[in-house]
Write a protein that binds this ligand. Sequence first.
Ligand code: HEM
Length: 466
Amino acid sequence: MSHAMGIERKRKLKEEPSSTIFLLSAALFFIITTLVGLLVAVKFVFPEFMGNVPQLTYGRLRPLHINGVLFGWLLGADMGLVFHLVPRLCGNKLWSEKLGVFTAVLFDLIILGAVFTTTSGYTQGLEYAELPLPLDVGVVVAWILFGVNVFATVWTRKHEKIYVSLWYIMGAVIWTAFVYLTGNIAVEFFPGVNQANLNWFYVHNAVGLIFTPLGLGIAYYFIPKAAQAPLYSHRLSMVGFWSIAFIYVWTGAHHMLHGPISQWLQTVSILFSVMLVIPVWTVVLNFFGTVAGRWDHVRQDPVLKFLMAGTTFYVLTCFQGPMHSLRTVNAIVSKTDWIVGHAHMAVLGAFSFFAIAGALYAIPLLASRPLHSVKLANQSFWLIFTGGLVFFGGLWIGGFMQGLQWNQWTIPFIDTVKFMRPFWIVRLFSGLFVYVGIFLVFYNLVRTFTGEPATERQPAVPAVGA
Ligand code: HEM
């Protein structure tokens, strides 16, 4: 590494440390908490595995995996990417880097606290909302600080026009506050079926109003950049934004179809779930329209590969969702492993792909040097993509048949559990592929900072680290 490059790298790091801290720590949480998912997958095949240690039982590792990947990895990476792209879209620096660094460190401490509380069994006992109250308060404080920095940067911007990514990000900042407060704090004050209703509102909108707008805001930024093409339609992107804003909040009750809530609420949730095809079509037309005629870039560039595969998974997820919401389909798939396949396609297949793409693009810029290895990034893509397809597909097939069996009262429940074993073995091995791919992404990002560039020839596409 030349002396000049070293100085330039230090200068950039000094300029944007908050984004760097968020992204690198998120990547670290990614490999640790996905490994926990893998351990949980082993337990499904060998239930006695690590069974005697309380900290390593299913009931503690599952929440650790879920909260770790959703908040430690995905939300942390999204926050780092937001700090990276908002100043660029505004034409100025982040309003306060010092505040950004403080937010990133506070956020990481909260995640470390969550590792301790979930493994100790100190949780709220609510799905996706296991963090205890003191940590919830910490999350709220971190989010307020994050929001202040984002809005102040937008407020003091030099570019007059607000690009679509900024709309999605500002929407996400406001919606996340409401969704998180409802699902983690307000939910404690409502017992019984109302609590279940609020909890499902939170679970569904954690995806719909937190990870969807953040993920789409990131994709709307990086797809035109990496494809080196203008966005296909600004108007369509705004139709998508406002339809997400109005539709998502009504859909949470579709998790309780055939349950003890009023019929009208179930019907409203079904109607709004079906309407979710509107934002999906705006995304399909916009993202595929933007890269039309540039598929040669996708072939070479791992960033675009992750972005376009993520788009495809997003579309499939949002086609599945409305279908599950129909009463007849729901009677078969609800609470089965089909839903676990669906959840992984959304948060791993769609939104993690967008975040990985963003990290592969942004980290070289933050480190002021090309990505350590484009070849390795392409190999990681194929490992995660093919592993993911088998992972999701196996759980859909197994889960659907599991649901059909549950609908036949003559089949003992334990037989339906035994029936799932081969599908859980498939998840374990495909999960291993996914894990190796994720680990290689982490290695590539870290080596971009610390090591020498790989000796391989870099492709002509200048998107990565240009
Ligand atoms: C090696 C890869 C992975 C494996 C083997 C794995 C395995 C598992 C297992 C065994 C469960 C529990 C399912 C159950 O209790 O029925 C689970 C749940 C979950 N995982 Fe993963 N996981 C992996 C990667 C990820 C990643 C990368 C994410 C997110 C970015 C993720 C998000 C989730 C979520 C949201 C759930 C809860 C699903 C639900 O709502 O029931 N997982 N995972």
